[in-house]
Design a protein around this ligand. Structure first.
Ligand code: HXC
Ligand code: NAP
Length: 299
């Protein structure tokens, strides 16, 4: 992220404590950096303790402040509760970013129930477990809070070849719209960000395997603005929704995709042209990325 392009004044988020799931990598890391730069204390959760520690060290080295690694597998409600006990020992959170996710492209007829669960247990169930536990603590303690879910534009039109993700993200949209109303009286608000393509290693290895991060040509040429998203753009939107000053925004889903969704559907419909050999090659590439990441997990 180009920190010079943050729209907000330093110190805006002083006194905020934000938990970012999946904060060790990709978009979660970028948003964590923005919150830290603007004065927040940031807690980053994920399964790879070493990755979290490296990110925390890198960001604190650059900006000072506090980034706390919180190794946790959000598929386990018990692990979340233990992690949040530790977080709350340092004070209540003021914000939560449900950003952690798993995904891969596949023909739906090639999925097993375990393959569906591999995605849904992280995105749909895991994000709910985190939200429920944090929400209960806020309500019991009489604290206000702001929650952002990082979704996709597929919540409006589905996405062929990433059906478990499209279903799970749509469920989170329903969660946010429901709880924005139910918990509004506690001062707990919910909004969703639906990013278009923002190239990250995690997403590209599983959704565009074999295509270099720098190239990302499909995203670029199909986009009305002729480019992919820039990290500071996403960070500015996340800050707007979490920082004090715009609290009346509640229950919304905001796309940040250069109008890709309106122009092309913003999903994987073009993969209808692939043949068996292409799907097998892609599956092999995804498997190898998954194995590398699995070897680094500590929770
Ligand atoms: C079909 C597949 C498959 C594939 C795995 N499976 N890959 N099926 N096609 N390509 C099946 C396996 O055969 C197995 O089922 C089941 O899925 C579980 O596989 P595991 O490898 O054991 O899964 P696991 O180790 O739990 O890994 C979970 C994961 C992994 C989701 C698959 O990639 C992960 O943890 N990812 C986290 C990071 C990530 O995905 N980031 C990208 C987010 S990007 P069987 O029945 O054979 O046992 C994103 C972007 C959206 O969401 C928008 C972009 C525009
Ligand atoms: P990423 O770097 O792979 O991020 C996913 C993160 O989730 C990783 O840090 C991963 O860490 C964490 N995670 C996965 N399973 C977890 C679990 N069970 N418990 C705790 N943490 C877990 O990919 P990304 O592109 O930045 O994606 C971030 C978010 O943006 C996702 O919600 C994605 O759907 C969304 N998004 C991305 C794009 C894009 O173009 N990049 C577009 C639209 C939406 P561990 O593996 O260490 O657990």
């Amino acid at each position: 992220m180009d920190a010079e392009k943050l729209m907000f004044k330093d110190g805006l988020m002083r006194g905020e404590r934000i938990l970012v799931t999946g904060g060790g990598t990709g978009l979660g890391k970028e948003m964590s950096e923005a919150f830290l730069k603007l004065g927040a204390e940031v807690i980053i959760a994920g399964r790879r303790g070493g990755v979290l520690q490296e990110t925390a060290d890198e960001l604190m080295g650059r900006w000072g402040g506090t980034v706390i690694p919180a190794p946790c597998d959000i598929r386990s409600a018990e692990a979340i509760s233990d992690m949040l006990d530790g977080v709350w020992a340092g004070g209540p959170l003021t914000g939560l970013v449900n950003n952690a996710a798993g995904n891969f492209i596949s023909r739906t007829e090639d999925l097993s129930p375990r393959a569906f669960d591999a995605i849904a247990n992280i995105v749909f169930r895991g994000s709910f477990y985190v939200t429920l536990d944090v929400g209960k603590r806020w309500i019991t303690g009489g604290h206000k809070g702001s929650v952002i879910n990082i979704l996709t534009t597929w919540v409006w039109n589905g996405s062929p070849f990433t059906v478990p993700s499209a279903m799970s993200k749509s469920g989170l949209r329903a969660m946010a719209e429901s709880l924005a109303v139910e918990w509004g009286r506690y001062g707990i608000r919910f909004n969703n960000i639906a990013p278009g393509p923002f190239p990250t290693k995690g997403a590209w290895e599983r959704l565009s395997p074999g295509q270099s991060l720098e190239a990302g040509e499909n995203s670029r040429t199909g986009n009305p603005m002729g480019r992919v998203g820039q990290m500071h753009e996403l960070c500015n939107l996340a800050v707007l929704l979490l920082a004090p000053g715009a609290e009346y925004i509640n229950g919304q889903t905001i796309a940040i995709d250069g109008a890709s969704y309106q122009a092309t559907g913003g999903n994987f419909s073009q993969l209808r042209a692939w043949d068996d050999a292409q799907w097998q090659a892609v599956r092999d590439m995804i498997k190898s990325s998954n194995e590398k990441d699995r070897a680094q997990r500590t929770t």
